[in-house]
Design a protein around this ligand. Structure first.
Ligand code: ZN
Length: 165
């Protein structure tokens, strides 16, 4: 039984038992590098490859609790990710996200969200006002926006999550 998958290649190998996968760790994943000549992100990590993988697998990742996409130079996150209702911890640190992904709000079991070291500035932090009520820990250090302002945003939305560095 495969419970933890650490590469896209292994995800393909685990295709008959996706329902058992609890952790998907694609930190600094070379396989996410874009090979599409038509894409402006050719040669670097790209959401188009990730989108394809997630769209194929998401409906069957029913036990997935932890998703790590850290250190991938991602500028956005595929929408299909937000359909994985079992997710409890999402790590998007070390990317180049300029906004808080709006889809986070639909993860009804989310307890931990890591947005450290991205490019979120206060003006683009709107997503913090609609965080799931289950969220307990939010990491936001290393962004252009000041921690205090992000904490205030979060509180305005009624979240009781601890907003930390
Ligand atoms: Zn691409």
């Amino acid at each position: 039984m495969i419970r933890c998958v650490r590469s896209i290649r292994l995800l393909a190998q685990a295709s008959t038992q996706l329902e058992a996968v609890e952790t998907l760790d694609l930190r600094a994943c070379e396989a996410l590098q874009c090979r599409s000549m038509m894409c402006s992100k050719f040669g670097s990590a790209c959401v188009c490859k990730l989108s394809r993988v997630v769209e194929q697998c998401a409906p069957r990742l029913t036990a997935l609790r932890t998703l790590v996409l850290a250190d991938n130079e991602l500028t956005m996150v595929p929408d299909s990710l937000w359909g994985i209702a079992s997710l409890e911890a999402v790590d998007l640190s070390g990317n180049i996200l300029e906004r808080v992904p709006g889809g986070v709000a639909s993860l009804a079991n989310l307890r931990s969200l890591n947005l450290r070291a991205n490019r979120i500035c206060t003006a683009d932090a709107a997503g913090l006002e609609s965080l799931p009520p289950t969220l307990r820990t939010l990491r936001v250090g290393g962004n252009p926006a000041a921690l205090k302002e992000l904490q205030a945003r979060c509180a305005e939305g009624g979240s009781s999550a601890a907003v930390i560095n």
